[in-house]
Design a binder for this molecule. Structure first.
Ligand code: PLP
Length: 478
């Protein structure tokens, strides 16, 4: 068991000392502490502090250590140049209230990010304000509501497929809509007939994750969009998986009215652990009046902020969005260019299909009707006869030096292992992963207990995951 920094503390050392508080300070004496140690901070030398945190950091898994195939999360390598650009003093220290004529470059960058996203998707306008994919969803749904309200219509329902991302029903409920579930067909995609049966005047729209969480392209999307529009309902596309479409498909032409991007996934900024992110929302012409403000506009040779708009849904975040993430995404787009982004998509899809082919004998393929997109879903069906479940396989992968994939999601596949290799992995690394998976499948037959008791190499073995989330211990008590 590793020691906490508090347990390593010793009263005879410190890395830093304030001058004696009482002598130097003019505050009344009763407000002053005797010394820092009285507030309970751990006391260690500078070297001990560094060793402590280096040890913690090296215990953690990260993309720089190896493949991180967490499905739907797009844990790809983020080029360091993106961070360097975001750290340029002219970007990093710009103040949100700086006069507009002093921040023309920053405003111009935002307009360029919007233009790139419009070009890649075919949407007519984009707001950069939402700070995450889920907040983009919420913003998009508010836009749909504002659109209907403006026409004087009250609609109460949003259709959501069972293969959608989990945030979709949550965002709809948060926006005050009733969620109506749509089942996907035996091929894992949406059937327009199933949707037609659910449509009536109370349906405000549908939220389609495309490619869906089974890693499959919703090929009936244009037909579905037509049906929705016939009922004066709008089509929202969760575009977090845009690394399967970028440069290949103009999604707007499939009848999409609202689309959110996850810049922190597709456009390569470090994420995980809850942030930072950016979830810009693209819209068709008819929804532009409702976009949040401020919006950056270009007029008379300069950039400025449009501060209000009568039909706008208002602000969804302070200031203008997560600007640092926008700088990183812009750097990534410019570094790759249109051709590079297209190639990234092709590599993401190729890597996932390569894994699908290499693992098809060892593992059950939940849907095998056609090639997958950027991720592939396996299940533990073939391993259950050895009493081995998805969780065991995921834990065993840690012993082989990989981050486990997303497990037990999507819910429509029992014992799902959702694998997204991303485009930044070489064939050699993908092969190393496949060989580990094949080796684990063999272990299930010959020595199942090795897999059932995994991980063997991590500092902590199996943790009680429910307890870990419900019984957080956030303070150290002596
Ligand atoms: C990651 C993801 C989201 C949520 O994005 P956050 O930035 O984590 O809020 C929504 N939909 C899909 C398909 C995703 O992969």
């Amino acid at each position: 068991m590793k020691k906490l920094i508090f347990e390593k503390s010793s009263t005879d050392r410190s890395s830093f000392d304030f001058p004696s508080f009482k002598e130097k300070n003019t505050l009344p004496k009763k407000f002053l502490r005797d010394s820092l140690s009285s507030i309970g901070l751990p006391q260690l030398s500078e070297l001990e502090v560094i060793r402590h945190y280096v040890e913690l950091a090296s215990t953690n898994f990260n993309i720089e250590k190896g493949l991180y195939p967490l499905g739907s999360c797009t844990m790809k390598y983020n080029p360091k140049i993106n961070d360097e650009m975001a750290a340029l003093p002219a970007f990093a220290s710009v103040h949100p209230y700086a006069p507009q004529d002093l921040v023309q470059g920053s405003l111009e960058l935002m307009v360029h990010v919007e233009k790139w996203l419009c070009e890649l998707s075919g949407m007519d306008a984009v707001t950069l304000m939402p700070a995450a994919g889920a907040q983009g969803e919420f913003t998009g749904l508010k836009l749909i509501r504002a659109y209907h309200k403006d026409k004087g219509i009250q609609k109460t329902k949003i259709l959501i497929p069972d293969s959608a991302h989990g945030t979709n029903p949550a965002s709809s409920a948060l926006c005050g809509y009733d969620v109506v579930k749509v089942s996907s067909n035996e091929k894992g995609i949406l059937d327009p007939k199933a949707i037609a049966q659910l449509l009536d005047s109370s349906v405000a729209g549908i939220m389609i994750t495309n490619p869906n969480t089974l890693g499959l392209f919703e090929e009936n999307i244009a037909e579905i969009a037509k049906l929705m529009h016939q009922h004066d309902a709008l089509v929202y596309c969760d575009g977090a998986n845009f690394n399967a479409l970028m440069g290949q498909a103009k999604i707007a032409e499939m009848g999409i009215d609202v689309l959110q991007f996850n810049l922190h996934k597709t456009f390569s900024t470090p994420h995980g652990g809850g942030g930072p992110g950016a979830g810009p929302v693209g819209v068709k012409e008819k929804l532009i009046p409702y976009l949040p403000f401020p919006r950056v506009i270009y007029k008379d040779n300069s950039y400025s902020l449009l501060k209000s708009n009568p039909k706008s849904i208002g602000r969804v975040k302070g200031f203008y969005g997560n600007f640092g993430v926008l700088v990183r995404a812009y750097t990534y787009m410019r570094a790759l260019g249109g051709d590079g982004l297209t190639k990234a998509t092709q590599m993401a899809v190729l890597n996932a299909n390569y894994i699908k082919q290499r693992l098809r004998e060892a593992y059950d393929l939940a849907y095998d009707d056609k090639p997958c997109m950027h991720e592939v879903i396996l299940s533990d069906k073939k391993q259950l006869k050895y009493h081995i479940k998805t969780l065991d396989i995921a834990k065993r992968l840690m012993d082989y030096g990989f981050h486990p994939p997303t497990v037990y999601f999507p819910l429509i596949v029992s014992g799902a292992l959702m694998i997204e290799p991303t485009e930044t992995e070489s064939k050699e690394e993908v092969d190393r992963f496949c060989e580990a998976m094949i080796s684990i499948a063999k272990e299930c037959e010959v020595s199942p207990e090795t897999v059932q008791q995994a991980p063997h190499t991590s500092p902590v073995r199996r943790v009680d995951e429910v307890k870990a989330a419900r019984n957080l211990i956030l303070t150290y008590k002596r």
